[in-house]
Write a protein that binds this ligand. Sequence first.
Ligand code: FMN
Length: 206
Amino acid sequence: MQTIVAAPEFGAPMAAANPSAEAVRLLALRRSTSIKLLGPPGPDPQTLEAILSIAARAPDHGKLFPFRFIIFEGEARARAGVILEEAFASANPQAGATELEVERGRYLRAPVVIGLVSRVIRDHKTPEWEQVLCAGAVGLNLLLAANALGFAGCWVTEWYAYDDRVRSAFGLKDGERFAGFHYFGTATEPPRERQRPVMSDLISRF
Ligand SMILES: Cc1cc2nc3c(=O)[nH]c(=O)nc-3n(C[C@H](O)[C@H](O)[C@H](O)COP(=O)(O)O)c2cc1C
Protein backbone atom coordinates (compact mmCIF):
# COMPACT_ATOMS: atom_id res chain seq x y z
CA MET A 1 0.00 0.00 0.00
CA GLN A 2 1.42 3.35 -0.98
CA THR A 3 -0.55 6.55 -1.39
CA ILE A 4 1.44 9.57 -2.43
CA VAL A 5 -0.56 12.80 -2.23
CA ALA A 6 0.49 15.54 -4.65
CA ALA A 7 1.54 18.78 -2.96
CA PRO A 8 -1.15 21.46 -3.34
CA GLU A 9 -0.45 24.60 -5.37
CA PHE A 10 0.40 27.75 -3.44
CA GLY A 11 -2.90 29.41 -2.41
CA ALA A 12 -5.05 26.33 -3.11
CA PRO A 13 -8.04 25.96 -0.75
CA MET A 14 -7.16 23.56 2.04
CA ALA A 15 -9.24 21.55 4.52
CA ALA A 16 -8.96 22.92 8.07
CA ALA A 17 -9.20 19.36 9.38
CA ASN A 18 -8.95 15.94 7.82
CA PRO A 19 -10.89 13.51 10.04
CA SER A 20 -9.47 10.06 9.43
CA ALA A 21 -9.72 6.96 11.57
CA GLU A 22 -6.60 5.60 9.85
CA ALA A 23 -4.64 8.72 10.71
CA VAL A 24 -5.75 8.49 14.34
CA ARG A 25 -4.63 4.87 14.41
CA LEU A 26 -1.27 5.80 12.90
CA LEU A 27 -0.72 8.50 15.52
CA ALA A 28 -2.05 6.50 18.46
CA LEU A 29 0.07 3.46 17.62
CA ARG A 30 3.25 5.11 16.35
CA ARG A 31 6.35 3.25 17.46
CA SER A 32 9.99 3.51 16.46
CA THR A 33 11.79 0.36 15.36
CA SER A 34 15.24 -0.32 16.75
CA ILE A 35 17.94 0.03 14.08
CA LYS A 36 18.90 -3.58 14.85
CA LEU A 37 15.51 -4.63 13.47
CA LEU A 38 15.68 -2.64 10.23
CA GLY A 39 16.33 -4.36 6.93
CA PRO A 40 15.55 -3.89 3.24
CA PRO A 41 13.63 -2.64 1.43
CA GLY A 42 13.80 1.05 2.14
CA PRO A 43 11.72 3.73 0.45
CA ASP A 44 12.32 4.13 -3.29
CA PRO A 45 13.27 7.62 -4.54
CA GLN A 46 9.66 8.68 -5.22
CA THR A 47 8.49 7.52 -1.80
CA LEU A 48 11.48 9.14 -0.13
CA GLU A 49 10.66 12.41 -1.84
CA ALA A 50 7.10 12.14 -0.52
CA ILE A 51 8.39 11.43 3.01
CA LEU A 52 10.66 14.48 2.93
CA SER A 53 7.95 16.73 1.46
CA ILE A 54 5.46 15.67 4.14
CA ALA A 55 8.08 16.18 6.85
CA ALA A 56 8.79 19.68 5.55
CA ARG A 57 5.15 20.69 6.19
CA ALA A 58 5.97 21.22 9.86
CA PRO A 59 4.74 24.39 11.59
CA ASP A 60 7.34 27.07 10.92
CA HIS A 61 7.22 30.55 12.52
CA GLY A 62 8.32 33.03 9.86
CA LYS A 63 8.37 30.41 7.08
CA LEU A 64 12.12 30.18 7.43
CA PHE A 65 12.41 26.47 6.64
CA PRO A 66 15.02 26.20 9.41
CA PHE A 67 16.02 22.67 8.48
CA ARG A 68 17.43 20.65 5.64
CA PHE A 69 17.98 16.99 4.80
CA ILE A 70 21.08 15.00 3.84
CA ILE A 71 20.27 11.66 2.20
CA PHE A 72 22.56 8.67 2.73
CA GLU A 73 21.64 5.72 0.54
CA GLY A 74 23.33 3.10 -1.61
CA GLU A 75 27.11 3.21 -1.65
CA ALA A 76 27.14 6.71 -0.13
CA ARG A 77 26.38 5.02 3.21
CA ALA A 78 29.76 3.27 3.11
CA ARG A 79 31.59 6.49 2.12
CA ALA A 80 29.88 8.31 4.97
CA GLY A 81 30.86 5.49 7.30
CA VAL A 82 34.53 6.13 6.57
CA ILE A 83 34.01 9.68 7.86
CA LEU A 84 32.58 8.31 11.12
CA GLU A 85 35.43 5.83 11.40
CA GLU A 86 38.06 8.55 10.94
CA ALA A 87 36.36 10.88 13.41
CA PHE A 88 36.02 8.09 15.95
CA ALA A 89 39.66 7.01 15.51
CA SER A 90 40.79 10.58 15.95
CA ALA A 91 38.79 11.03 19.17
CA ASN A 92 39.66 7.52 20.43
CA PRO A 93 43.25 6.73 19.39
CA GLN A 94 43.15 3.50 21.39
CA ALA A 95 40.14 2.16 19.43
CA GLY A 96 40.58 -1.37 18.10
CA ALA A 97 39.69 -2.82 14.71
CA THR A 98 36.32 -4.12 15.91
CA GLU A 99 35.20 -0.72 17.19
CA LEU A 100 36.32 0.96 13.98
CA GLU A 101 34.40 -1.57 11.95
CA VAL A 102 31.25 -0.72 13.90
CA GLU A 103 31.69 2.96 13.09
CA ARG A 104 32.41 2.29 9.44
CA GLY A 105 29.21 0.26 9.18
CA ARG A 106 26.81 2.61 11.00
CA TYR A 107 24.95 3.90 7.96
CA LEU A 108 24.80 0.42 6.45
CA ARG A 109 22.39 -0.63 9.21
CA ALA A 110 19.39 0.55 7.17
CA PRO A 111 18.70 1.04 3.46
CA VAL A 112 18.09 4.79 3.79
CA VAL A 113 19.37 7.26 6.38
CA ILE A 114 18.33 10.90 6.52
CA GLY A 115 20.50 13.44 8.31
CA LEU A 116 18.09 16.08 9.62
CA VAL A 117 19.88 19.40 9.98
CA SER A 118 18.54 22.21 12.16
CA ARG A 119 19.45 25.45 10.39
CA VAL A 120 19.12 28.46 12.64
CA ILE A 121 18.93 31.88 11.02
CA ARG A 122 20.66 34.04 13.61
CA ASP A 123 19.43 37.46 14.75
CA HIS A 124 16.05 36.85 13.15
CA LYS A 125 12.87 38.01 14.87
CA THR A 126 11.78 34.38 15.10
CA PRO A 127 13.66 33.23 18.21
CA GLU A 128 16.29 30.53 17.79
CA TRP A 129 14.30 28.29 20.17
CA GLU A 130 11.32 28.34 17.82
CA GLN A 131 13.48 27.56 14.82
CA VAL A 132 14.94 24.56 16.65
CA LEU A 133 11.46 23.41 17.69
CA CYS A 134 10.44 23.55 14.03
CA ALA A 135 13.26 21.18 13.08
CA GLY A 136 12.12 18.87 15.90
CA ALA A 137 8.61 18.87 14.45
CA VAL A 138 10.11 17.92 11.09
CA GLY A 139 11.81 15.00 12.84
CA LEU A 140 8.54 13.56 14.10
CA ASN A 141 6.84 14.21 10.76
CA LEU A 142 9.58 12.19 9.06
CA LEU A 143 8.79 9.18 11.23
CA LEU A 144 5.04 9.53 10.74
CA ALA A 145 5.31 9.96 6.99
CA ALA A 146 7.58 6.94 6.66
CA ASN A 147 5.26 4.81 8.81
CA ALA A 148 2.22 5.94 6.80
CA LEU A 149 3.99 4.99 3.58
CA GLY A 150 4.81 1.55 4.94
CA PHE A 151 8.32 1.91 6.35
CA ALA A 152 9.77 1.45 9.80
CA GLY A 153 12.10 4.06 11.20
CA CYS A 154 14.17 5.25 14.09
CA TRP A 155 15.56 8.70 15.00
CA VAL A 156 18.95 8.68 16.67
CA THR A 157 21.73 11.11 17.38
CA GLU A 158 24.33 8.68 18.77
CA TRP A 159 27.78 10.29 19.14
CA TYR A 160 28.33 11.46 15.60
CA ALA A 161 25.53 14.04 15.53
CA TYR A 162 27.61 16.03 18.01
CA ASP A 163 31.10 15.50 16.59
CA ASP A 164 32.66 18.60 15.02
CA ARG A 165 34.76 16.59 12.56
CA VAL A 166 31.68 14.74 11.33
CA ARG A 167 29.63 17.93 11.14
CA SER A 168 32.24 19.65 9.08
CA ALA A 169 32.83 16.64 6.79
CA PHE A 170 29.10 16.55 6.05
CA GLY A 171 29.13 20.25 5.20
CA LEU A 172 27.31 21.73 8.20
CA LYS A 173 27.79 25.48 8.44
CA ASP A 174 27.56 28.03 11.21
CA GLY A 175 24.12 27.82 12.84
CA GLU A 176 23.60 24.26 11.65
CA ARG A 177 23.37 21.24 13.93
CA PHE A 178 22.22 17.70 13.42
CA ALA A 179 18.75 17.20 14.90
CA GLY A 180 19.58 13.57 14.29
CA PHE A 181 19.68 10.76 11.80
CA HIS A 182 16.56 8.92 10.71
CA TYR A 183 17.15 5.31 9.73
CA PHE A 184 14.44 3.89 7.48
CA GLY A 185 13.75 0.39 6.24
CA THR A 186 11.47 -2.56 6.80
CA ALA A 187 11.13 -4.18 10.23
CA THR A 188 12.53 -7.70 10.44
CA GLU A 189 10.30 -8.18 13.49
CA PRO A 190 7.63 -5.96 14.98
CA PRO A 191 8.59 -3.67 17.86
CA ARG A 192 6.83 -3.93 21.21
CA GLU A 193 5.04 -1.21 23.09
CA ARG A 194 7.31 0.78 25.40
CA GLN A 195 6.56 2.44 28.71
CA ARG A 196 4.32 5.50 28.34
CA PRO A 197 3.85 8.41 30.70
CA VAL A 198 1.03 8.54 33.21
CA MET A 199 -0.97 11.23 31.45
CA SER A 200 -2.41 12.66 34.66
CA ASP A 201 1.18 13.49 35.75
CA LEU A 202 1.59 15.64 32.65
CA ILE A 203 -1.71 17.45 32.47
CA SER A 204 -3.05 20.25 34.59
CA ARG A 205 -5.88 22.68 34.12
CA PHE A 206 -5.43 26.35 34.83
C1 FMN B 1 16.40 14.03 19.09
C2 FMN B 1 16.33 12.57 19.43
C3 FMN B 1 17.50 11.84 19.49
C4 FMN B 1 17.47 10.48 19.82
N1 FMN B 1 18.62 9.79 19.86
C5 FMN B 1 18.62 8.49 20.22
C6 FMN B 1 19.82 7.75 20.27
O1 FMN B 1 20.90 8.27 19.96
N2 FMN B 1 19.76 6.45 20.66
C7 FMN B 1 18.56 5.87 21.00
O2 FMN B 1 18.55 4.69 21.35
N3 FMN B 1 17.40 6.54 20.94
C8 FMN B 1 17.39 7.83 20.56
N4 FMN B 1 16.21 8.53 20.49
C9 FMN B 1 14.94 7.86 20.90
C10 FMN B 1 14.32 6.97 19.83
O3 FMN B 1 14.28 7.61 18.59
C11 FMN B 1 12.87 6.59 20.19
O4 FMN B 1 12.06 7.73 20.20
C12 FMN B 1 12.75 5.89 21.51
O5 FMN B 1 13.42 4.68 21.43
C13 FMN B 1 11.30 5.69 21.92
O6 FMN B 1 10.57 5.00 20.97
P1 FMN B 1 9.25 5.58 20.28
O7 FMN B 1 9.71 6.63 19.30
O8 FMN B 1 8.59 4.42 19.66
O9 FMN B 1 8.41 6.18 21.35
C14 FMN B 1 16.22 9.87 20.12
C15 FMN B 1 15.04 10.62 20.02
C16 FMN B 1 15.09 11.96 19.68
C17 FMN B 1 13.80 12.72 19.58
